[in-house]
Design a protein around this ligand. Structure first.
Ligand code: 5GP
Ligand code: ZN
Length: 112
């Protein structure tokens, strides 16, 4: 089981900020900004490259929930950045789709 599936299963602890039937959001273990939350589908999907038509509901749901989670974290009004690293060139380290939600301070210019 991958590390994020273990968090979903409750086998690894995480600071959960939001959870429902389809998705989960929890604080990154190594935050790069004041607020750094990972939003994931509960279903194990290794990367964006593995998405299929079947995943439309869960991924649409995930994206729609991001602003709600940002509001809950108090970062929506000032804004935030959402990043999805994909594959080797994208710098993906954990192969379970996750959206990085970064904010709570200016995140700076995009460096790429
Ligand atoms: P990636 O580079 O794959 O886009 O990002 C993976 C992220 O997962 C990293 O920011 C890393 O700090 C985070 N991470 C890795 N293992 C764990 C863990 O066990 N718990 C939590 N909360 N975050 C993790
Ligand atoms: Zn997984």
């Amino acid at each position: 089981m991958c590390v994020f599936c273990k968090i979903v299963a409750g086998e690894l602890p995480a600071k959960v900020v939001y959870e429902d039937d389809l998705i989960m959001a929890f604080h990154d273990i190594n935050p790069r900004k004041k607020v750094h939350v990972l939003v994931i589908p509960k279903k194990h999907i290794p990367s964006l490259n593995d998405l299929t038509e079947e995943d439309k509901e869960v991924m649409g749901h995930l994206v729609v929930k991001i602003p709600e989670i940002a509001k809950k974290l108090g970062i929506a009004e000032d804004g935030y950045r959402v990043i999805v690293n994909t594959g080797r060139h994208g710098g993906q380290e954990v192969y379970h789709v996750h959206f990085h939600l970064l904010g709570g301070e200016p995140v700076g210019p995009m460096t790429c």
